[in-house]
Design a protein around this ligand. Structure first.
Ligand SMILES: Cc1cc2nc3c(=O)[nH]c(=O)nc-3n(C[C@H](O)[C@H](O)[C@H](O)COP(=O)(O)OP(=O)(O)OC[C@H]3O[C@@H](n4cnc5c(N)ncnc54)[C@H](O)[C@@H]3O)c2cc1C
Length: 500
């Protein structure tokens, strides 16, 4: 069967062809034939795979469960992590290299990632970025920043964020002979005597192909899989919520497993810290907050990069911490000037502003007490240690020098005026998941003995082993989707040529 011949009422209501273009594949393939490459999932990885497979001469179908292409990629901040790019050179960073990125990647992850995959990502990240630029995505020099804990800036932010990247890829898909079927959730792979993966079943119909690429994204929207594969996220109960595409329920993992693929990367992903005021992503943590653990001690620069903050908070007793501030700070809490316009326009919400804090005092999520001693007891913090920590912090504010974590002194505020406040902070927002299909550097899905499963490829967030315990910095995951999505398309196209 081919997509054009699906009966009315089947799960293929939309085919994103160029306006006026004819559905030509019916004439290319006879009844019972199919595609060379079927890509499941049309986010960043899937669109890249479809484009590359098509450019390699394959007849390609791209299937997505959503009503439009883009997935979580389109919702993202559009930050892309790479070393040795033209954007860096324009910014005066002339000597950054894939080697340096690899060393950073492996060191930060204490070598607990698949080295061949990390190497491939580092080697091809710059090339992937230049390709996106050729496709029309703009990465302004001014928006290049250190998005992790690297000493050179490698976080390339797309001018129109993830939507800009997704739109450019969507345009390229539409400009090619790629059959796109939306609102089409694939729940089954086909296998027969000729191979373990010979196509997909949709709407009760078989669509055959020489190769299938799994690019269904992560499983953040699936509580069952979070429990199974990312218990650290699930442990936070109703604090935990997923910020990505609702179709990212881990179908790729189940599809891969059904064909014998192994999973790798248990309990990995990216969590963001939250005070759980509401289910909205916070973009701003003010420097005047003082984070203490249950031992009553500070343990981090409160404005440390999100790439490391969740891991640091997770490591504290109880897996959470408390943000402490006094009543002067509460009364003076204004939107950071960087976000004031967006806040005023209602585009973003901010947790750390007076109105919100007052509302959360009412709701009981901000704990208030007339003395630091009473506050500590209410929160389960060691009282004596909290008093000592606050005293030292206040001395540091007066001296204009954060002697513990070297936070910018002009943004620090003393904790003096009662009532005092505490807010529990947990790393509970699921940004992405990193347990997934085990692949090799050619994106072939592997079984438990590292043998490639004939005809099955995987790329992007549906794979495991690329992203480690430490998020190396903003852009790690988009780079993963683009680099391995492109490789998957090229390799899947080779598969059909091998079978020709
Ligand atoms: C708000 C937000 C901000 C982020 N910001 C950044 C950032 O700035 N930089 C960064 O590196 N990362 C960021 N991330 C993470 C990053 O966006 C994702 O990890 C990455 O885009 C995943 O790409 P992907 O192609 O693997 O999956 P996706 O883009 O999620 O695409 C998966 C697609 O598969 C489809 N699908 C799922 N199941 C099926 C099925 N059974 N059949 C058919 N289709 C299916 C889905 O509908 C979806 O379209 C962010 C994530 C979010 C949510």
């Amino acid at each position: 069967m081919n997509l054009a011949s699906l009966p009315p009422g089947s799960q293929l209501p939309y085919c994103s062809m160029l306006p006026g273009r004819e559905t030509h594949h019916a004439s290319i393939m006879g009844e019972g034939a199919g595609y060379d490459v079927i890509v499941i999932g049309g986010g960043g990885a899937g669109m890249c795979a479809a484009i590359e497979a098509c450019d390699a001469g394959a007849r390609v179908a791209l299937l997505d469960a959503d009503a439009k292409l883009g997935g979580s990629t389109a919702l993202s901040g559009g930050v892309y992590y790479a070393a040795g790019t033209s954007v860096q050179r324009e910014a005066g960073i002339a000597d950054d290299t894939a080697d340096a990125m690899f060393e950073y990647y492996m060191t930060l992850n204490q070598y607990r990632v698949e080295a061949s995959l990390a190497r491939t990502l580092c080697d091809h990240a710059a090339e992937g970025l230049e390709w996106l630029i050729e496709l029309g995505v703009s990465f302004p020099v001014a928006a290049l920043y250190s998005s992790g804990v690297e000493s050179v800036a490698r976080g390339h932010t797309a001018a129109d964020m993830g939507a800009g990247i997704a739109e450019a890829l969507d345009r390229e898909v539409a400009a090619r002979d790629i059959d796109v079927a939306l609102d089409t959730r694939v729940e089954e792979l086909l296998s027969d005597d000729s191979g373990p993966v010979v196509g997909v079943r949709i709407g009760g119909e078989d669509v055959r192909s020489a190769a299938v690429v799994l690019a269904t994204g992560g499983f953040g929207a699936n509580p069952y899989l979070l429990n199974r594969h990312y218990p650290e996220a699930a442990a936070h109960g109703d604090w935990s919520w997923y910020i990505g595409n609702a179709n990212c329920i881990g179908d790729g993992l189940a599809l891969g497993e059904s064909a014998g693929a192994d999973l790798v990367g248990h309990n990995r992903g990216l969590l963001l810290t939250t005070p759980n005021f509401k289910k909205e992503l916070e973009v701003y943590v003010p420097a005047w907050l003082v984070y203490v653990n249950r031992e009553g001690r500070r343990f981090v620069n409160e404005v440390a990069e999100y790439a490391v903050m969740s891991g640091v908070v997770k490591a504290q007793t109880g897996g959470s911490c408390f943000a402490i501030f006094d009543d002067d700070a509460r009364a003076a809490a204004r939107p950071d000037p960087r976000y004031a316009d967006a806040f005023a326009a209602g585009i973003i919400s901010l947790n750390w502003v007076t109105e919100e804090l007052d509302a959360q005092i009412e709701a009981g999520k901000v704990i208030r007490a007339d003395s630091l001693n009473a506050l500590a007891i209410r929160c389960g913090i060691r009282p004596g240690a909290l008093l000592a920590t606050v005293e030292k912090y206040n001395d540091d504010v007066a001296a204009g020098h954060d002697s513990m974590f070297f936070k910018r002194a002009d943004e620090m505020k003393p904790i003096r005026k009662a009532p005092f406040h505490a807010v529990e902070i947990k790393p509970a927002i699921v940004c992405l998941t990193s347990t997934g299909i085990r692949i090799n550097a050619h994106t072939q899905a592997l079984d438990a003995c590292d043998r490639p499963i004939c005809g099955l490829f995987a790329a992007g967030e549906t794979t495991g082993g690329v992203l480690g315990e430490r998020y190396i910095g903003g852009g790690n995951s988009i780079a993963n989707a683009i680099v391995f999505g492109r490789i998957a398309g090229q390799q899947a196209a080779l598969e059909f040529k091998r079978n020709d």
